[in-house]
Write a protein that binds this ligand. Sequence first.
Ligand SMILES: *Cc1c(COP(=O)(O)O)cnc(C)c1O
Length: 709
Amino acid sequence: MNSTFMERTENAIRGLHRLAYNIWWTWNPKAQDLFHMLSERKWRSSNHNAVAVLKAVSHAELQARLCEKEFLVQVEEVLQEFDDYLTKQDTWYNEHPEGNNGDLVAYFSAEFGLHECLPIYSGGLGVLAGDHTKSASDLGIPFVGVSLFYRSGYFQQALGPDGWQHESYPLIDPKLLPVELVTDEAGNTVTATVQIAHSTVTFHAYRINVGRATIYLLDTNREENDLHYREITARVYGGDSTTRVMQETILGVGGVRFLRKLGLTPTVYHMNEGHSAFLTLELLRERITQGDQRSDAEEWVRQHCVFTTHTPVPAGHDRFTPDLLDHLLSKFRERIGVDHDTLMSYGRERPDDVGETFCMTVLALKMSRTANGVSELHGRVSRDMWKGLYHVDDAEKVPIGHITNGVHILGWMANRTRKFWHKHLGQKWIYYLKKEAIWAQVSDPELIPDEDLWALRYGLRRDLIEYVRRMMRHQYQRIGADYNAVQDGILNTDVLTIGFARRFATYKRAPLFFRDFTRAVELINNPDRPIQLVFAGKAHPRDDHGKRFIQEIVGHSKNPALFGKVVFLENYDINVARHMISGVDVWLNNPRRPMEASGTSGMKIVIHGGLNLSIQDGWWREGYNGENGWAIGGDEHSDNVEEQDARDLALLYDILEYQVIPEFYERDEYGIPRKWLQRVRKSMETLIPQFNTDRMVSDYFTRYYRPKK
Ligand SMILES: *Cc1c(COP(=O)(O)O)cnc(C)c1O
């Protein structure tokens, strides 16, 4: 070994550490391959965590492995790509007509769903925040996220033999995660404080590098805090409303203070849902302390804040009683210099109504420059819901717009799919995900032959089925059942595969398909044209209704008539989601309209050639065009719940029986379902350029983040 080779090796080792601590690797399979190759077992057992792998491999081992020239070159290539990404100048942001203007976007969210090794999210809201951050990085927008470090995360789900959901909260160890404690130049931990009740609560933060963006996760687990304050940030949406107020104080007030400690002065504060709305009160306090009149301070805050609401039902908005806020926030309130009634008025629709609770959404709406729902229909529903706040009868006068959600396509793409697009579209397409011209090429059967598309579908379906079989083995073994006897009977690679996975909130009606059990069994067991269904999802720990839904479906999966044709995968998370969204032929979404503000899981399947079968709610109402999937029902709904359920169910069966199933099984002499694949092409062509976070974040930037001059 000569000295230049030694130098290269040491550079590569340093590079691997830098790489592990930037979750850019979560959307770059070549980078993941490096860690996978270092330790296949650790990679799997750590939930695909690059830092855990590196901690398990000694310096000597790394040196030895890098003696293999091919591996060293592979590492160097990935590091080069990584550095190019971090320093790239021709980004969307820099090429944006108005150019670089010293912007800094601060994005506050109670949860971020970034990767399966970071269980600090509960569902769609967090996944959206994670995808938003990744796209902000890809577009080159200066961006900082703020959230909490939940050391017990969101719960892990295990199903008992009776199908009942059990929750556990394993501790996560920050030392084994792609997060770094935030320290100052001298190496001291950076801390900040907030006043809660009569105490001063101190917190530190962990940093996650997300490509060019950064997220700070605040953590109150410090020795100087009383025990119950250390627990504030223990769990995602943990505890009662006292815990919620404390969490939201740390997030909103603490978040702004922590950014200041780092010397950051964002040009816009984006509240992703109302949980972080206390940040507006901290900004108000800052301005007043600096000498502003309260009304001027309010105006300043409004000029710098934007708000996204996600909840189409009144009961879904955080509300706190006057007593609780008085107890927990009076010290902080005194620092703003306002009395109790004034503080309460910021969160009330009728400021003088002393009986009204404090609503975080009202606070956010009152204190932001602009607000939006997450689909066109949800924008309309939100305008109607908040008419009272704006004292108007005509909902269209309510200043709430909409920006429809998207997904970070590269992060959701299966490796097999990525290779497929590289082969057919060349290497550059990943930089132009929202360009319609790129996806218009999909309609060209010369460029992308049906045969290749069908081969992709078969490959992805098998990948999912083999994954399900592995997971079922774990599920069986854990409850002491004999898996070997059944394994080959679980799912069939030739059968039309339907996926349903999301939080088991009851409005999403997970067991709807089974409501007419005889008809469901007939559809599944049709000898010529069978179907099979894969389910997954967690119910909120306090939602027994949702848990009964899970139990019902697990029960069906064990019914001898349905065994191996209906499966329920435990512990739905980003990893389970990734397998499901790439493998299924059809993604079923049957929420009770208009409760699904947007929904995003159906967007994840499109790039893999899956098709949507959904109620025209949320995004699908905009996405569906008659030939790119199927819609259950039209652009209207009954307010009578029973009526709506019965009608949607009848439509669901009919569409499956007379449209979806025949089209899948109608094959030409080469065994290829030409009409089906035509629909897949339409789906890709029309949906990919619209429903991705590059489009979404650039919309936020041009319409909301840049203050109107
Ligand atoms: C995408 C995703 C969601 C959001 O699904 P909806 O369609 O909005 O219900 C929730 N959880 C996980 C793990 C996801 O990947």
